[in-house]
Design a protein around this ligand. Structure first.
Ligand SMILES: C[S@@+](CC[C@H](N)C(=O)[O-])C[C@H]1O[C@@H](n2cnc3c(N)ncnc32)[C@H](O)[C@@H]1O
Length: 251
């Protein structure tokens, strides 16, 4: 009975995002297989912690991990700095169920999760979650998005919505990859976007967003071989910025 219910839920998640199937993004088992082979972390853990610098965040503050999936990045962040609380948000319940299970198994106490579309995320959602979880953490010090926007149908809308929640002078951080143009990369993008994941997976997300931040410092790595498609290359990057004092309406 439980298996039947699970299949139904996976199916609902898939239908929900059709035609942007992002198959492996909706099935925790598949995604964990990919993540276990070190994808998506093309930056070493040391580089990640140097750039993201979680220990400089305000004590007792909250970090949102958007499109958290099975929570790998949320757990990594939460373990970096024990006095922050990481809230992972994703639209796929099946992924969150897996994240929640991991949090219990690995006894990570400063993380929690809830289900919402990033494009629809509001301050009230966060406040309600804080109440439900009885968190004493108050301000929001950082929003991170690790391989989320590139998997999102309306990533610009998602970014703007998230930015509207972030207090001024707080940090926005995107960890993702894109393909630098070349014929092979172009073909691979087509393959990914239309046939394999259908998730517009390798758009240059930060370009559309960096005008909206005071500064979006960009930490790029050299092109590295694509772990899934030989002959194509991907460029991992981290874009980190501080929210402007003025909201960017009309920007
Ligand atoms: C590649 S996975 C990234 C998972 C995780 N951030 C990590 O680093 O392991 C992309 C995730 O984005 C989620 N997602 C896609 N579109 C979304 C949306 N509009 N709102 C919330 N989550 C979304 C998917 O459900 C999936 O879990």
């Amino acid at each position: 009975m439980k298996t039947l219910w699970r299949i139904k839920k996976y199916f609902a998640d898939l239908i929900d995002t059709f035609p942007y199937l992002g198959l492996s993004y909706k099935i925790p088992f598949l995604y964990n297989l990919i993540a276990a082979s070190d994808f998506p972390y093309f930056f070493s853990k040391q580089e990640l912690s140097d750039i993201i610098c979680a220990e400089s965040l305000k004590k007792n503050s909250i970090v949102l991990d958007l499109a958290c999936g099975t929570g790998e990045f949320s757990f990594w962040l939460a373990n970096q700095q024990k006095d922050i609380h990481v809230i992972g948000i994703d639209s796929a319940e099946s992924m969150l169920e897996c994240a929640q299970k991991k949090a219990i198994e690995e006894k990570v106490e400063n993380v929690s999760f809830f289900c919402q579309l990033i494009e629809k995320l509001t301050k009230d959602d966060i406040e309600q979650h804080i109440k439900e979880q009885k968190l004493e953490h108050d301000s929001l010090s950082m929003i991170v998005n690790c391989f989320g926007f590139s998997a999102m149908r309306n990533f610009e809308q998602g970014f703007n919505q998230a930015l509207s929640i972030l207090p001024e002078k707080s940090i926005f951080c995107i960890v993702d990859v894109y393909r630098k143009p070349s014929v092979i990369n172009y073909i691979c993008n087509f393959f990914y976007d239309n046939l394999l994941f259908g998730a517009d997976s390798f758009r240059i997300v930060y370009l559309q967003m960096k005008q909206q931040m005071d500064q979006f410092e960009l930490y790029e790595k050299k092109n590295v071989p694509d772990p899934l498609l030989i002959y194509s290359t991907i460029t991992p990057y981290i874009a980190k910025g501080v929210k402007k004092a003025e909201t960017m309406k009309g920007n």
